[in-house]
Design a protein around this ligand. Structure first.
Ligand code: FAD
Ligand code: NAD
Length: 473
């Protein structure tokens, strides 16, 4: 790299070292490209939001909260436990955990020959960019190809300006060193449910304020219902059709239906969605324009033009780490002259709520809209032996959506413990064009939750074994 006006030439420049950017960089390097990967935070940025302030720390917190809650709810099974949580100690655990994983990614980048550069990048010409380093230097790069993988940031709410102490975003919430006595989460989506549930299990009194008529709007009410029930059991208050009017550091004024209710709360976590980081990159210099939602609309090979590709949270579709990484492989291959297309038959979506929700492929309504004649079979967790050993309440199910004529599996909807793991079998079935007969003929280990696939397939085929009669949904 060169300091000053003379630019260093690079083959492929990747902007952003999250699960989109670092994967694109490694794949392109495997294909023989010389790659420079730029991230605002440099070495500390590898893994992006997902590793540093998103997927990994949130799941680590959920794990601890679940362990505490589970241990304290097993008295009927003979386990008595006195538990306390030291969130300050958890922060040390989190730092070590993330540090280990980040070390792993840095090693992968080094061994692939990728050069990592710290600094904020802005495009200056169609094939040139400036990087402002944390030390105040300006580095210039002349590139042949570029991958934009700058991710997203929390969307603010005007009535709740973030102060990092009382009004938090998800990053602040995951940095807390004490469990708040009371907290309100504004937004009943992925983050609201995951963090709200975790803090409720750790002892906070939690209220979730959701603008739409139910939690996780857009998801089938069937999959959301068990989660709503569990939240009630945990003592979480859910206010739907509700908006925050103001917060003075103690009293949060919420308008729900016709009522205006003050809620006393120590902390407010704002989780109303995320905004793509496409506004401050100088994209016009590249000849690229985001859509009205700030997203970069890409071709099937993730390119916007011959030499420009975009992946991850900056492109349309769900803002998920595995989507970013899958797109990244395609973008790196396409920019390196290979035929590659991003065309997954299903992208799994998982909410790490209690119980977990995991969906892939089509719902019954979507299948019908697309012209299929769907058959749906739902195997309830109440009929699963393994579920009984995990959770005596056994709230949840596995639903398969299939084409009535051919038996082709079109969708899988799973609610319950380890749904996040179980959904992979459904995704594989959809991607491989498996049929109900394939799932029914596959021997699943007993006693496991995975048997639900086998059972649901038998049910759909009209020959249930561990259920008395055909499910009617
Ligand atoms: P990011 O991970 O956002 O990385 C973008 C990188 O670009 C950052 O490191 C940033 O520093 C850098 N950057 C930005 N602008 C510039 C610039 N101008 N110059 C240089 N560098 C720049 N997804 C899941 O699939 N599963 C989960 O369980 C999950 N949990 C989540 C929990 C939370 C609390 C949050 C907030 C998100 C979660 N997500 C989860 C979403 C997931 O984190 C994102 O979808 C994923 O990180 C997107 O990857 P990305 O590569 O597009 O961008
Ligand atoms: P989200 O889009 O999942 O949910 C936002 C919620 O806030 C919605 O239910 C919306 O109706 C509500 N809302 C919007 N404006 C509001 C307002 N003014 N008052 C009250 N409610 C309001 O967004 P998120 O929870 O912030 O998460 C951002 C993204 O990060 C997710 O969409 C997801 O892509 C990703 N994520 C994924 C996971 C996972 O994969 N397990 C976990 C966390 C985050």
């Amino acid at each position: 790299m060169v300091v000053g006006e003379i630019a260093e030439s690079v083959d492929l420049l990747v902007v952003g070292a999250g699960p989109g950017g670092y994967v694109a960089a490694i794949r392109a390097a495997q294909l023989g490209r010389s790659v420079v990967l730029v991230d605002c935070k440099g070495e500390a940025g590898v893994g992006g939001v997902c590793l540093n302030v998103g997927c990994i720390p949130s799941k680590a917190l959920i794990e601890v909260a679940d362990a505490a809650h589970r241990a304290s709810s097993l008295s009927q099974a003979g386990l008595t436990a006195i538990l306390s949580i030291d969130l300050g100690q958890w922060q040390k655990h989190r730092t070590a955990l993330i540090g280990d994983l980040a070390d792993g990614i840095r090693t992968l980048l080094r061994s692939a020959g990728v050069t990592l550069v710290a600094g904020e990048l802005h495009f200056t010409r169609p094939s040139q960019a400036i990087v402002e380093t944390p030390q105040g230097q300006a580095l210039f790069f002349e590139f042949k190809d570029v991958v934009i993988a700058t991710g997203s940031r929390p969307t603010p709410v005007s009535t709740l300006p973030r102060d990092g102490e009382r009004v938090l975003d998800s990053t602040d919430a995951l940095a807390l060193t004490e469990v708040p006595k009371s907290l309100v989460v504004v937004g009943g989506g992925y983050i609201g449910l995951e963090l709200g549930t975790a803090f409720a299990k750790l002892g906070s009194s939690v209220t979730i304020v959701e603008a739409e008529k139910s939690l996780l709007p857009g998801m089938d009410t069937k999959v959301v219902r068990p989660v709503t029930t569990r939240l009630r059991d945990l003592g979480v208050t859910v206010l739907a059709n509700a908006f925050v009017e103001s917060y003075d550091g103690q009293r949060l004024i919420v308008r729900a239906a016709k009522d205006v209710a003050p809620i006393l709360t120590d902390v407010v976590i704002v989780a109303v969605g995320r905004t793509p980081n496409t506004d401050d990159l100088g994209l016009d210099r590249l000849g690229v324009k985001p859509n009205e939602r700030g997203k970069l609309v890409v071709d099937p090979d993730r390119r916007l033009s011959r030499h420009v590709a975009a992946v991850g949270d900056v492109t349309p579709g769900p803002m998920l780490a595995h989507k970013a990484s899958s797109e990244a492989i395609v973008a790196a291959e396409a920019l390196s002259g290979h035929r590659s297309v991003y065309q997954p038959a299903a992208i799994p979506e998982v909410v790490f709520s209690d119980p977990e929700i995991a969906i892939a492929g089509l719902s019954e309504a979507e299948a019908r809209q697309q012209g299929w004649d769907p058959i749906v079979a739902t195997f309830p967790l109440a009929a699963s032996g393994r579920a009984a050993t995990i959770d005596c309440k056994r709230q949840g199910f596995l639903s398969l959506v299939a084409d009535r004529g051919t038996g082709a599996v079109l969708g899988a909807h799973c609610v319950g413990p380890h749904a996040s793991e179980l959904i992979a079998e459904g995704v594989l079935a959809i991607e491989m064009g498996a049929t109900l007969e394939d799932l029914a003929a596959t021997v699943h280990p007993h006693p496991t939750l995975s048997e639900q696939y086998h059972e649901a397939a038998h049910l759909a085929l009209g020959r249930p074994v561990n259920l008395p009669s055909r499910s009617q949904d």
